[in-house]
Design a protein around this ligand. Structure first.
Ligand code: AMP
Length: 486
C-alpha cells in the first residue's frame, strides 16, 4: 500500500518535490529512482541497515530503498557519541551502515557513503519489492532502563496501519498533498509521522535542520518560506517557536494543522497557538515507539483545562486500561495504558519481553503509562516508572545512572528530573563518591563520550549517603525534595 502510493506519485507527478531541506530538493521522480537503485544493492544483504545522517535528502532515499528491499532501516543520529552509536550497531547486529552527508561519526561506524549509490544504472523491479506485511519495516532505538539503549522492531503492517490511520484524521486529511514541516530527528519515532503519511499523500516534507532549529531568525525564515500546511512536532518545539510574536499566521498563512505527540501538551501552549493562528486545528496524539509512532489523537483547540490525548473510538489500535493483574478495567477507572492490535511492534531487539505480550490471543504492549478512559477520551496521568520526557526526548534515568556507575570512584548514583513550573527543565545527578568529587564540568565532559547531550545532568549533587526508603531502596522522593530546597 505504502510503496504503491509512492509509486503512483512518482509516475503521475514526478516533478513534485517530495522532500526539501535548507539547500536540497528531491522530487518524487528522483526519490523513486534513487531508492530503486539503492534497493538493488541492499537486496544482496540481509538484516537491518544502519542509516546515519541528519536531514540530508539522501535519508528518505535510504529509508525507501530499505523498504523496497525488505530490510529494516535503523536511523541513527551522527550527533550522538561514537561510543553509543557503536553500541547500537553491535546490539543491532547490522552488517551494513550507510551515511548521508559528511559526519565524523560515520568513520567510527565504518559507514559507506550512500549518495554515490543512488545513481547506479540497475533499478529494482517493483515485482521484486518486499511486500510481506509481517516483516520489519524499521528499527528504532530509545533509552533503556537497564543501562543500554533499547531497540524496537516495527513491522511493515504496523507502519502501514499508522499511515492509513493518520491520513484518516480529518485535521490531517484537510492538509491534502501540502507541505508538512518536520522537526524531529529521524532517530526519533515522531519523524515517522512526517515522512510516510506525507509521501503516501503525495505531499512535500520540509525538514528543519539542526542549525535552523538552533537559531530563531533562521527557523522563522525557514518556516516562512516553507508554505507549510501541517507541522508535526513536540510541545517543547512549539514553545520554542512561540517565544517570539513573529511566530503567527503572517509567518505561516497556510498552516491548518499542528500534530503534537511525544510529551504532555500544556493548555497554555494551545491557547497561545489559537490566538496567533485563527482557525488552527491542534491534534494531541499519543503513543510510544513500541506501537508505531502514535495510536490515538484528538483535536484540542477550544478545550479548557487538562487535555485528553486521544479519542478511543477511532484509535489506530485498541486501547485498554489494565489493573495490577493485567486485566482490562471498565471506563472511568485508572490503570496502565495498554495497546492491542495492529500498531504493536514485533518486540525488542535481543528478545527482552518488556511490556510486550498477548491478551486474548492479540498482540499487546503495556506502556508503563498511567491513564484513564472517560467520555470516550484517553487521559494520560503520568508514568508508573521513572521514565522522563525532556524536550520530547525519552530518557530512562537508569541509562544515565549506569554510565555514572561505570566510574571507579562512584559508590551510588541517582538521576532525576529537575522541574520548574510543572515542566522538566533538565536532569540532576546525586552521587555518592568514594573520595572527593570531581567538578561538575569534568563529570559532564566524561559523560559526553557515552551519552547524547540531552541526557547529560545539568546539576551534580554530591551526597554523603544516598537516602533510602523503608524498603531499603533509594528514596527518589527525598532526593527530589533535597534538590527543590537548593
Ligand atoms: P516515545 O517512545 O519517545 O514516543 O515516548 C513515549 C512516551 O511519551 C509515552 O509512553 C508517554 O509517556 C509519552 N507521551 C507520548 N505522547 C504523549 C502525550 N500526548 N501526552 C503525554 N505524554 C505523552
Amino acid at each position: 500500500m505504502l510503496l504503491d502510493a509512492i509509486a503512483r506519485h512518482a509516475s503521475q507527478t514526478p516533478e513534485r518535490p517530495a522532500y526539501q531541506n535548507r539547500t536540497q530538493t528531491l522530487t518524487y521522480g528522483q526519490l523513486w529512482r534513487a531508492a530503486r537503485a539503492l534497493a538493488v544493492r541492499l537486496r544482496a544483504g540481509t538484516g537491518p541497515v544502519l542509516v546515519c545522517g541528519e536531514k540530508e535528502a539522501g535519508m528518505p532515499v535510504c529509508f525507501l530503498g530499505c523498504l523496497m528491499a525488505g530490510r529494516p532501516w535503523l536511523p541513527v543520529d551522527p550527533q550522538q557519541p561514537a561510543e553509543r552509536l557503536l553500541k547500537i550497531r553491535r546490539l543491532s547486529g547490522a552488517a551494513d551502515v550507510l551515511c548521508c552527508g559528511s559526519h565524523p561519526a560515520a568513520a567510527a561506524l565504518g559507514a559507506v557513503q550512500a549518495e554515490p549509490l543512488f545513481g547506479a544504472e540497475k533499478l529494482l523491479d517493483p515485482a521484486q519489492f518486499a511486500v510481506n506485511p509481517a516483516r520489519d519495516a524499521y528499527w528504532m532505538f530509545t533509552s533503556g532502563s537497564t543501562g543500554a539503549p533499547k531497540g524496537v522492531r516495527i513491522p511493515l503492517s504496523a507502519l502501514e496501519n499508522f499511515v492509513e490511520w493518520m491520513l484518516g484524521l480529518p485535521a490531517v486529511a484537510a492538509c491534502g498533498a501540502g507541505v508538512n514541516v518536520n522537526q524531529a530527528r529521524f532517530s526519533f519515532d515522531l519523524s515517522v509521522a512526517d515522512l510516510w503519511p506525507t509521501f503516501a499523500a503525495g505531499g512535500t516534507v520540509r525538514a528543519l535542520e539542526g542549525a535552523e532549529q538552533g537559531d530563531l531568525p533562521a527557523l522563522y525564515e525557514a518556516l516562512g518560506r516553507s508554505g507549510a500546511r501541517r507541522l508535526v512536532c513536540t510541545p517543547s518545539f512549539a514553545r520554542l517557536c512561540l517565544c517570539d510574536a513573529a511566530f503567527c499566521k503572517d509567518l505561516l498563512p497556510h498552516l491548518e494543522t499542528v500534530f503534537f505527540c511525544g510529551e504532555t501538551l500544556a493548555p497554555r501552549t494551545v491557547r497561545t497557538l489559537e490566538k496567533r493562528f485563527e482557525g488552527l486545528r491542534i491534534l494531541n496524539a499519543y503513543g510510544p515507539t513500541e506501537a508505531a509512532c502514535a495510536v490515538t489523537a484528538v483535536e484540542v483547540q477550544g478545550r479548557e483545562g487538562t487535555l485528553p490525548v486521544g479519542r478511543v473510538a477511532d484509535a489506530a489500535s485498541r486501547l485498554l486500561i489494565l489493573d495490577e493483574q493485567g486485566r482490562p478495567r471498565p471506563e472511568g477507572l485508572p490503570g496502565e495504558i495498554a495497546i492491542a492490535g495492529p500498531s504493536v511492534g514485533s518486540g525488542y531487539i535481543g528478545g527482552e519481553a518488556g511490556g510486550f505480550g498477548t491478551l486474548a490471543g492479540q498482540k499487546v504492549y503495556r506502556t508503563g503509562d498511567e491513564g484513564v478512559i472517560r467520555d470516550g477520551l484517553l487521559w494520560h496521568l503520568g508514568r508508573r516508572d521513572r521514565q522522563i520526557k525532556y524536550k520530547g526526548y525519552r530518557i530512562e534515568p537508569g541509562e544515565v545512572e549506569a554510565a555514572i556507575l561505570a566510574w571507579d570512584e562512584v559508590r551510588a548514583a541517582a538521576v532525576l528530573p529537575l522541574r520548574s513550573g510543572g515542566e522538566v527543565r533538565g536532569l540532576a545527578a546525586a552521587v555518592e563518591w568514594e573520595k572527593n568529587p570531581p567538578d561538575p564540568a569534568e563529570c559532564s565532559a566524561r559523560l559526553r563520550h557515552t551519552l547524547p547531550e540531552y541526557m547529560l545532568p545539568r546539576r551534580w549533587r554530591a551526597v554523603e549517603r544516598m537516602p533510602v526508603n523503608e524498603r531499603g531502596k533509594c528514596d527518589f522522593a527525598a532526593l527530589e525534595r533535597m534538590l527543590e530546597d537548593e
